[in-house]
Design a binder for this molecule. Structure first.
Ligand code: AMP
Length: 278
């Protein structure tokens, strides 16, 4: 496995591969959630490229860009063990000549005026832009994304359709700790007390799912019940959407997806999680 930092070098290698290219875009600090995406691409018999790039364009000014964990050596070891072919880890200068004078890919307002897009203005412009660049740089035919970032996955799928990228998006299920906590690179910010609070996200989702299975399909009751479990965290949003459209869930909709974002107060860590109610 090679670690590549330059776009030109990556292009030289990908030109000569006869396998389809599978891309796993990440920001590094890899965990078993990322590993599941990499494994899937390797199983699909792709020439697998794992990109590791903490993308400044998707972070707001008061967010954790500077303190985001960077563990390239350890990440590369895991990628190699999993059978990836390339780790692509460009510098900011390699990816952007000037982040202030940048052509952006902007998802439609209706997809970003809610959930994470609402609380993180500009975030999904940054995501759609860097993912488009990675698609063009790697010339991948498949790209693997986690359902953990459900709104991101929805936006990327729409972007691929709208902009005619000839790429298949492969959604991968959320990987959790045995107690339910969704794996996240940001979990490394949590001490034991904060981890207990973080656990409330998956507990709240599971509780709402239990109520759903008992026949309670009232959005207000479901959200309020989940909200009680989230006490002690600072809830950014708790919503139920139709996962096909990401519009507010209505009783006529077949499927329902509950999404939560909350800050864990002692460490100021913002976490997200989601679960299908069925
Ligand atoms: P990130 O490094 O946080 O940008 O995530 C890179 C990719 O890994 C995204 O497609 C995420 O949705 C996915 N991912 C992150 N955490 C998990 C998880 N717990 N389970 C499955 N996929 C995940």
């Amino acid at each position: 496995m090679k670690i590549i930092h330059k776009i030109s070098e990556l292009k030289k290698i990908t030109k000569n591969t006869n396998k389809p290219i599978g891309l796993v875009p990440t920001m590094g600090a890899l965990h078993q959630g990322h590993a599941s995406l990499i494994k899937k691409s390797v199983e699909d018999d792709n020439f697998t490229i794992v990109s590791i790039f903490v993308n400044p364009v998707q972070f707001g000014i008061n967010e954790d860009f500077d303190k985001y964990p960077r563990t390239l050596e350890k990440d590369a070891k895991l990628c190699e063990e999993l059978g990836a072919d390339i780790v692509f880890s460009p510098s900011i200068d390699e990816m952007y000549q000037d982040t202030k004078e940048l052509t952006l890919v902007c998802p439609p307002y209706s997809s970003i005026n809610k959930l994470c897009g609402k609380s993180r203005p500009g975030h999904f412009d940054g995501v759609a832009t860097v993912v488009s660049k990675l698609f063009n740089i790697t010339k991948c035919s498949k790209a693997y994304f986690g359902e953990k970032d459900a709104q991101q996955l929805f936006i990327i799928q729409k972007m691929v359709k709208d902009l005619n990228f000839d790429i298949t998006i492969i959604p991968c299920p959320i990987v959790r700790e045995p107690d339910g906590l969704a794996l996240s690179s940001r979990n490394s910010y949590l001490d034991e007390k904060a981890r207990q609070d973080a656990l409330k996200l998956s507990k709240a989702l599971n509780y709402a799912k239990e109520l759903w299975q008992k026949g309670i399909k009232n959005k207000q009751i479901l959200c309020d019940s989940a909200l009680k479990i989230l006490e002690g965290t600072i809830v950014d949003y708790i919503e139920i959407v139709n996962p096909e459209t990401f519009e507010d869930w209505e009783e006529k909709d077949k499927n329902a997806l509950m999404l939560i974002a909350a800050k864990i107060p002692t460490t100021n860590t913002r976490l997200i999680d989601n679960m299908e109610l069925r």
